[in-house]
Design a protein around this ligand. Structure first.
Ligand code: PLP
Length: 496
């Protein structure tokens, strides 16, 4: 048995990757990591010219050693097929002297599809991971917009699984709400909650900790609860693949030869997307600097410049909602590896964060981290300007999340001739009003009217999955109180 996964805060409990995916979070609150990371390297020269699926099989085979090759093949086939608008899955395109890696060509037009199309496939293959879990799994998520839809699309009609998504009533955009409430599938449940996102998130955490409910679901219905949260190792590892894909595409274009280093600029919130780049480097990919791009919630920028992470600060609602985060969970994994697996240090830092609202890392560790990670951030005006500039300079339309990265990239001194790749995390058509305003378009009327004007002005096309929402039928109209969420979950689990 390949039990190499343990908590970032202790190595006493050892799990297989299958168990780690099923469990989500370690019992001490830490994140699952494996000390095997990097022992087996992936030779990128063997991947040049290969289809995305084959790269995924190779990279995932190294990162999830207790899945068989046949299982991974089935997972990859189901996840990276015709539901993607581009057969390259994550196509690389030139952007002036730089490049952009499009991560938004999946079924919900956001980069979370890369992970959430395959996580359900992994999850469906974890039911035999431990005798304490049931045959069926109900995935539970509170969402502020993007994650909920990507999780719904991934889990819809996946055998042995169900999905329940709660969103705060009136707090997500019209398009985001329609994306969720029109979701097809016999195992999906979507419900609005009276309250804000934090209220819903806190209630979901309480439901996860409800032992009586868990026992009832297990005994009565053979169902266990699980999470599709971005701290799940099954969401992180699929993202490592597109760094290899980006590199291979640069080689294929003749922009680099194998062995040359490449820099990546990554719009970041929970630190998952950029952490995957660090994993790729550990697997042997020639990654130069990894550049963290934040929005006005620039807690990571402050951390990387001072060594102190302080979550006691005002929270800003910006036009890049998926990066509006004060506690960047996946940072803990980077600190674990950068400190050479010092579980005691991580435990102390996380205790400080919990009890004092901040932590400070030792100076030598900060120096080491800064040798690899640089950082920048964009305020709301700079986001808007970046959308305008990128269109003017490159005739390429970017969304507000990607715009944070574009701004940071344009501020960074270029390291000699090293190619730079900007990761693009959402389709501009998910945010047609913000993008339209930046481009000086008329932004009155519905989101769909904004989409049409954006299409007309830029000669681009709105993805069908978004434009088609205007006439799709809403299936889910329930609105409940926070106190009713547990009952909703029980009823949904009974139907599974
Ligand atoms: C989730 C998300 C991000 C941030 O990704 P992390 O992995 O949390 O750093 C950036 N852009 C978009 C559009 C997202 O949905």
């Amino acid at each position: 048995m390949n039990t190499t996964f343990h908590s970032t805060r202790s190595s006493s409990e050892q799990l297989t990757s299958r168990q780690a995916i099923r469990q989500g979070l370690a019992s001490d609150g830490g994140l699952f990591v494996s000390d095997e990371l990097g022992r087996q390297q992936v030779d990128v020269s063997t991947l040049i010219g290969k289809p995305y699926r084959e790269m995924a099989r190779t990279v995932l085979g190294v990162l999830l050693p207790d899945f068989t090759a046949a299982e991974l093949d089935d997972c990859v086939r189901a996840a990276y097929g015709s539901q993607w608008l581009d057969s390259a899955i994550t196509p690389l395109k030139p952007l002036g002297d730089d490049y952009v890696l499009e991560l938004f060509n999946g079924p919900t037009s956001a980069f979370k599809d890369v992970a959430l199309q395959i996580l359900p496939q992994f999850m469906a293959r974890t039911t035999s991971a431990s005798s304490e879990i049931g045959d069926k799994v109900m995935v539970l998520t509170a969402t502020s917009g993007d994650t909920g839809k990507a999780a719904l699309a991934g889990f819809a009609d996946t055998p042995g699984t169900g999905i329940t998504v709660f969103y705060p009533e009136g707090k997500v955009s019209e398009i985001q709400r329609l994306q969720m409430t029109t979701q097809a599938g016999s195992n999906v449940n979507v419900c609005a909650v009276r309250g804000n996102f934090d209220d819903a998130q806190t209630a979901v955490k309480r439901i996860f900790g409800d032992k009586a409910l868990a026992a009832k679901l297990m005994e009565g219905h053979n169902v266990s609860l699980s999470s599709a949260n971005s701290i799940n190792v099954g969401r992180l590892v699929p993202q490592v693949v597109y760094y290899f894909s980006a590199y291979a595409q640069l080689v294929e274009r003749g922009a680099i030869k194998v062995g040359d280093e490449v820099e990546f600029v990554v719009p970041t919130g929970n630190f998952g997307d950029i952490l995957a780049g660090y994993y790729a480097k550990k697997l042997g990919l020639p990654v130069g600097r990894l550049i963290v791009a934040s929005d006005r919630n620039n807690v990571l920028f402050d951390f990387l410049t001072t060594g102190t992470y302080n979550r006691e600060r005002p929270f800003f609602e910006t036009t890049s909602p998926s990066m509006d985060i004060l506690v960047s969970s996946n940072l803990e994994r980077m600190l674990y590896y950068m400190s050479d697996g010092d579980t005691e240090l991580i435990r102390n830092l996380m205790d400080d964060l919990q009890n004092k609202g901040s932590f400070t890392i030792p100076e030598p560790l900060l120096e080491r981290i800064r040798g690899l990670f640089s950082c920048g951030w964009a305020d709301e005006d700079e986001v808007s300007q970046a959308i305008t500039e990128c269109w003017k300079n490159n005739h390429y339309v970017i969304d507000p999340h990607t715009a944070c990265g574009y701004h940071v990239m344009s501020q960074e001194p270029r390291e000699s001739t090293m190619p730079r790749v900007l990761l693009s995390t959402a389709s501009p058509y998910k945010f047609p009003r913000v993008v339209g305003r930046a481009l000086g378009l008329d932004t009155t009327g519905s989101g769909f009217e904004c989409m049409d004007r954006l299409a007309q002005a830029t000669g681009t096309t709105a993805p069908k999955n978004l434009r088609g929402l205007e006439h799709a039928t809403e299936r889910f109209t329930d609105v409940i109180d926070i106190g009713e969420m547990a009952d909703y979950v029980r009823a949904a689990s009974e139907r599974l």
